[in-house]
Design a protein around this ligand. Structure first.
Ligand code: ARG
Length: 586
């Protein structure tokens, strides 16, 4: 790709001028405005500041040492010392030509692949997956796919909630209220019914709560009957989860639920206590601040009435039971030992920010050396709202089940496909509707900044115009159809020529695909890729308008068909990174 070459040449020039400068932060990036040039570097300014030099003068000295005649028409010093690079068409052509030969798709695969664990989706057993699970599932999947395309090793892990106090109530419900027929029909709905009715009974009657607790204690002690009911509940739930994952095209390398870590919870707390990281707190055990950082940044402190109080992380309750955090500490240790990742991403909603801040900090107190080797990231996200600006619910005020949502997306997409393509056979219409409907839901979720709430809107997500999945999928179909209609063979050795400004703009956009993927992985923000693809689609439309493809004479025709081919390939790969499919017909 072009920017790594520009970077290394710039480093060489900087070293020639400033032999002892620290060049680790030197970066060349696409400019926001192509009028300024194609790429830009601001390294000179920060180095000048560090060395107390005049930045424009330093820039001029560096430019004098820069040898870029093969790649750039020119390098300009702009403003307070930016370097702007204007790329030669021949340099774009060479990169595109290599892509056409199949050497790359504008992505430099990692030379030193990292291992990244992605913890996402993680629904709770015996509850239906609902609209709230979309974001974790779709975001986690998109990040995993992007990291893989960049050449990293990814371990996806579904940390399902298959252990906890709810099982006491579920066991009572199963033993006293179970409707076998209902269980056959819709297992999770029946389990949810059991839970709700026992929960209500417990609220009304302390004796019922005691009975539920006793069942839980029996389960935790390994009672055979309770264990087998519990296993059955997990199995039934997993069947439904798997149906949804199958529809969404989401795969996990591991499904290690909370219960998997049971045997380690006691030892973890023991170890924390032995090391003095955890101590007694009203009969419970908790991790407290070690006072090494200012209270404002300390996850184990909160401010009340102007005073800083302890906000410890509970790792064992006074009755001996363990907490969500204890499991997360055991999980973290297991993952480091098993996969030695350099990074773990936790994809959950924003309400768990405090939890993860504390868990990460507690782990650092517990195992400082291991903690120094891994980057722990809480990839959090906001809520999905209804058109009324309140949390998204059904008309009757219930949470929206994910399965129903996916059904509705496909149905609505099918209505559109039937209207636009009445000529296609029903099976083909249904397949297009599936790809478009699911794509629309995913894309609507990935497009906003993940930390913002967004309003769920069928009309917006399914619109064929605007920044939507159906629009991008249509742009793919259009490019792919041109390639087919033109009888273009990418292996034909067609020579790519970049001449018209619209060809140049399209080439520039294609070449920067990998930079965007790297930014998505670095900041865990797939919305960068959404916007990139939308811009790419815009450039391709302007290219079709200005540059006839099929009607051009050779060799222009093949050159333009090659551009269509590469555009289609990047749209497909980019949507693929988001977990969104494409269709050859639309
Ligand atoms: N099951 C949890 C929930 O529904 C999410 C788990 C996230 N992962 C983790 N390691 N804590 O909120």
């Amino acid at each position: 790709m072009l920017h790594p070459v520009l970077e290394s040449r710039l480093r060489a020039a900087l070293t020639a001028v400033l032999p002892d400068a620290d060049l680790s932060s030197v970066q060349v990036r696409p400019t926001g405005d192509p009028k300024l040039g194609d790429y830009q570097a601001n390294a000179v300014m920060s180095l000048a500041k560090e060395k107390r030099m005049n930045p424009r003068q330093l820039a001029a000295e560096v430019v004098a040492k820069l040898d870029l005649t093969d790649l750039c028409e020119g390098v300009e010093v702009a403003g307070p010392g930016f370097l702007n690079f204007r790329i030669r068409s021949s340099a774009y052509e060479a990169v595109l030509q290599a892509a056409l030969r199949g050497e790359h798709l504008f992505v430099d695969r990692a030379t030193a692949p990292r291992t990244v664990v992605v913890d996402f989706s993680s629904p709770n057993v015996a509850k239906p997956m609902h609209v709230g699970h979309i974001r974790s599932t779709v975001l986690g999947d998109a990040l995993s796919r992007t990291l893989r395309v960049l050449g990293h090793r990814v371990e996806t892990d579904n940390h399902i909630g298959d252990w906890g106090t709810q099982f006491g109530m579920l066991l009572i419900g199963w033993k006293t209220l179970l409707d076998r027929e209902a269980l056959e029909r819709d297992a999770i709905a029946e389990l949810e019914r059991l839970y709700k009715s026992v929960n209500a009974a417990c609220d009304a009657d302390p004796a019922a709560r005691e009975r539920a607790k006793a069942e839980l204690v029996k389960l935790q002690a390994g009672d055979a009957e309770n264990l087998s009911i519990w296993k059955e509940m997990i199995r039934l739930s997993q069947v439904q989860f798997d149906t949804i994952y199958g529809r969404l095209g989401v795969k996990f390398d591991h499904t290690l639920g909370e219960s998997f870590y049971n045997p380690w919870l006691g030892p973890v707390v023991q170890d924390l206590a032995n090391l003095g990281v955890a101590r007694d707190s009203d009969g419970a055990k908790a991790v407290f601040s070690d006072g090494s950082i200012p209270p404002k940044e300390d996850p184990f402190k909160i401010q009340r009435d102007g005073e800083w109080l302890d906000a410890p992380l509970l790792v064992q309750k006074s009755d001996g039971g363990f907490n969500y955090a204890t499991t997360d500490l055991a999980t973290l240790e297991y993952r480091l030992k098993t996969w030695a990742p350099s990074e773990i991403l936790y994809v959950t909603d924003g309400r768990q920010q405090g939890h993860f801040r504390q868990v990460f900090a507690a782990f650092k107190l517990w195992q400082p050396e291991a903690a120094a080797r891994v980057r722990l990231v809480h990839v959090w996200f906001g809520s999905i709202l209804g058109e009324d600006g309140k949390p998204f619910k059904t008309r009757s005020g219930d949470t929206v089940k994910l399965a129903d949502l996916l059904d509705e997306a496909e149905e609505r997409a099918l209505a559109v496909v039937r209207e636009k393509r009445p000529d296609l056979p029903a099976a083909e219409q249904a397949e297009i509707a599936r790809v478009v409907g699911l794509g629309a839901i995913k894309y609507q979720d990935l497009l906003p900044n993940r930390q913002s709430d967004y309003v769920f809107s069928w009309d917006k997500m399914l619109a064929l115009q605007g920044n939507t999945a159906p629009y991008l999928q249509y742009q793919y179909t259009r490019a792919a159809k041109l390639v087919r209609d033109g009888g273009f063979d990418p292996a034909s050795g067609a020579a790519i020529r970049i001449e018209a400004p619209e060809e140049r703009a399209l080439a520039r956009q294609l070449v920067n695909f990998g930079i965007v993927l790297a930014a998505v992985a670095e900041e865990c923000r797939p919305n960068y890729l959404c916007n990139y693809l939308y811009d790419l689609a815009g450039h391709s439309s302007r290219f079709y308008e200005a540059c006839p493809v099929l009607k051009s004479e050779e060799p222009l025709r093949s050159s333009r068909l090659a551009l269509c081919h590469l555009t289609a390939a990047v749209l497909k790969q980019g949507l693929g990174c988001l977990g969104i499919g494409v269709s050859e017909k639309m």
